[in-house]
Design a protein around this ligand. Structure first.
Ligand code: ZN
Length: 142
């Protein structure tokens, strides 16, 4: 029997249909769930995923422009600001995005593999680790 797509802990004999954003358009999937609670959480995850995915694309584009713009300035001027301020700031920003939008980070299949609940948690923890690493780079500079 399939396990609950949300918590992965319990076997799930019921399925709920969701509309989810794929590569370019929405598609329908049936996801197994174990309880009403997990069903609700599953649907709110899908809502937040569908909101976050387009935002993620924009954020990534802006981030890339800032990164390469700053890299170019660094190459031209040789200013160490890039290494000690801009790189950690950009990294910390990614960490923050992971914490705020853990649902938009990857395709659904990766969340399903470990359980949506746990994968979202791992993404958030990764966000905190990235911010911690960025902070330690800044601290080392002084
Ligand atoms: Zn469950």
């Amino acid at each position: 029997m399939a396990r609950c797509a949300y918590c992965k802990r319990k076997p799930a004999d019921q399925r709920t249909a969701v509309r989810i954003i794929g590569k370019s358009k929405k598609y329908t999937r049936e996801l197994p769930y174990c309880s009403e609670r997990c069903k609700q959480d599953l649907h709110s995850f899908i809502d937040s995923h569908n909101h976050a995915v387009p935002r993620f694309k924009n954020i990534l584009m802006i981030w890339t422009v800032i990164f390469f713009g700053a890299l170019l300035v660094q190459l031209i001027t040789g200013n160490p600001l890039f290494k000690y301020i801009i790189t950690p700031a950009l990294a910390a920003f990614i960490g923050l995005v992971f914490i705020v939008y853990p649902s938009g980070f990857m395709e659904l299949k990766y969340y399903e593999r470990v359980g949506i609940k746990w994968f979202s948690l791992y993404v958030r923890i990764t966000g905190f680790i990235i911010i911690g690493a960025a902070a330690s780079i800044v601290l080392q500079a002084y």
